[in-house]
Design a binder for this molecule. Sequence first.
Ligand SMILES: [Cu+2]
Length: 119
Amino acid sequence: MRRSVFIPSFLALAVMVLAGSVLERKSIAASVGEKPATTAEVKIDNFVFGPAAITVPVGTTVTWINRDDIPHTVVSPDKVFKSKVLDTDDKFSFTFTKPGEYPYFCSIHPKMTGKVVVE
Ligand SMILES: [Cu+2]
């Protein structure tokens, strides 16, 4: 009677240990095999993109956030990306997967310009 209780609980423990080591191996592989995602932020304030030019590695997600009290947009003239109209505190994100220079402007105030350089 005692033995029949012991064996199932031993098996359950063994399964838990095996499952744990598999999970651990997976997370190690993930941390070695994948580059950490990088992010960058550009603030829009007082009709200015700040910083106006940024240089980021390939794979970076850039987020623009409108800290101004009037609406702005973030538009690539090469049609690589285009935000909706961003009201105060709205955000727009784009992930750059290829190296290059990506100029952009605000379609409401075309004198507002910026640039993302992806290396
Ligand atoms: Cu604007």
